[in-house]
Design a protein around this ligand. Sequence first.
Ligand code: AP5
Ligand code: MG
Length: 226
Amino acid sequence: MKIVLIGAPGAGKGTYAQILREKYCIPHISTGDIFREEIARDTELGRVVKSYIEKGLLVPDEIVIEVVSKRLKQPDASRGFILDGFPRTLEQAKALDEIVDVDAVVHLVVSEEVAVRRLSGRRICPVCNRVYNIYYEPKPREDEKCDYDGAQLIRRPDDEPEVVRNRYRVFYETFKPIIEYYRVSNKLIEVDSNKSIKEVFPVVEEVLRRNKILRLQPCKEDVRVG
Ligand code: AP5
Ligand code: MG
């Protein structure tokens, strides 16, 4: 199962990738998570990408393409993967085609209004990267602490309203040609992601099974959905 999740900030890419990863034991590769880890470790790459991410701008293509290309060559990606947040430009989409033949590109469609509300309530575990929300399920059981490792949850610096608006502008300016690119190559699947996680996740699974992209049996049954 080689799939790509695309969509606006707050569409649920990270959320559904995380559930699919736990349920089917397929790696979740998020360019945003990779860059945030590099920033936290204060590496050379982290220092370069920080200035772009803080402003809500895209990291230059050549940097992102190199990072993804290296990651996809790691052995755990051979059975499949869930790419989250890549590609984000037409150049990145073309570069991905040179690296691997993906099975499907799922576009999670969300309205701006819904996404902005979700991002204002998003909280992240700095240890395991799990995503919570103080307004919607999954809410942390104990006040702003991770249910799995007890770490104090954090807000992403780029979830500040001004930066969110910039990420949105960048998304709308850059995304149309990518969606068209995958529509023409017959890989595009669109899913309405405006509803709750409990309602949207079964639709994502069903559409992948119907298109014979998801053929794996779950490696874990009791995965928390929403
Ligand atoms: P990245 O980390 O990828 O951010 P993004 O694309 O802006 O997307 P988000 O992570 O904000 O949204 P999501 O769809 O994952 O939402 P989530 O599932 O968390 O990238 C960050 C930055 O890195 C970029 O701005 C850029 O600078 C750089 N970058 C990364 N990749 C790049 C690339 N390829 N090229 C260039 N630059 C790149 O959900 C949001 C919240 O809503 C959560 O709290 C969740 O619990 C909640 N929620 C989700 N679904 C539902 C639902 N159905 N109902 C209710 N709540 C829900
Ligand atoms: Mg994300």
